[in-house]
Ligand binder design. Structure first.
Ligand code: S3P
Length: 168
């Protein structure tokens, strides 16, 4: 069974790299955010608004637990490292890849991305948003057994680098 879990902050490229990686390895792509949206019949911003962030975090870890049964690339939401339960669940996967991008670039990417509405970006000042990044950084570094810098690189190059680091 081949499982590669992608973690990283909002805007780090988990979805696009995940897609390329799945294509190259010829395995399916699972996106925990999309699966939660489908299961709940609500968008992420709606879930945050109606049920709150804590509820979303519980659903997120439950979805991650379900992913233990699948074979494929698993792209996660940026906050997957924020609860102890999710950290434990992540530790059970053989290949967890942290896609790292500098916060300044992440902010620029998020601003440009009109398709994905991120409640944590909308509802926080830039300073508070940056604080979330710095608080999470050591958590990503600890959970990501493989760290890949996604700075000034093409998606194809990153996918290739991940395959090499994961070991084929
Ligand atoms: C979140 C990241 C989002 C989504 C939700 C919360 C976070 O996913 O799960 O808005 O807490 O960082 P992306 O990382 O795909 O934007």
């Amino acid at each position: 069974m081949k499982q590669i879990v992608l973690i990283g902050f909002m805007g780090a490229g988990k979805s696009s790299v995940g897609q390329k990686l799945a294509e190259k390895l010829d395995i399916p792509l699972y996106d925990t955010d999309q699966l939660i949206e489908k299961e709940k019949g609500m968008s992420i911003p709606e879930i945050f608004e109606v049920h709150g962030e804590d509820y979303f975090r519980k659903e997120e870890v439950a979805m991650l637990e379900k992913m233990k049964q699948v074979s494929g690339v698993i792209s996660t939401g940026g906050g997957i490292v924020s609860t102890e339960k999710a950290q434990k669940a992540l530790a059970a996967f053989p290949h967890v890849v942290f896609l790292n991008v500098a916060i300044e670039d992440l902010v620029e990417r998020i601003k440009k991305d009109k398709e994905n509405v991120r409640p944590l970006f909308l509802n926080n000042s830039l300073e508070a948003f940056q604080e979330i990044y710095f608080k999470r950084l050591p958590l990503y570094q600890r959970a990501g057994k493989i760290i890949v810098e996604n700075q000034n690189k093409g998606i194809d190059e990153i996918a290739h680098e991940i395959i090499l680091k994961v070991g084929g």
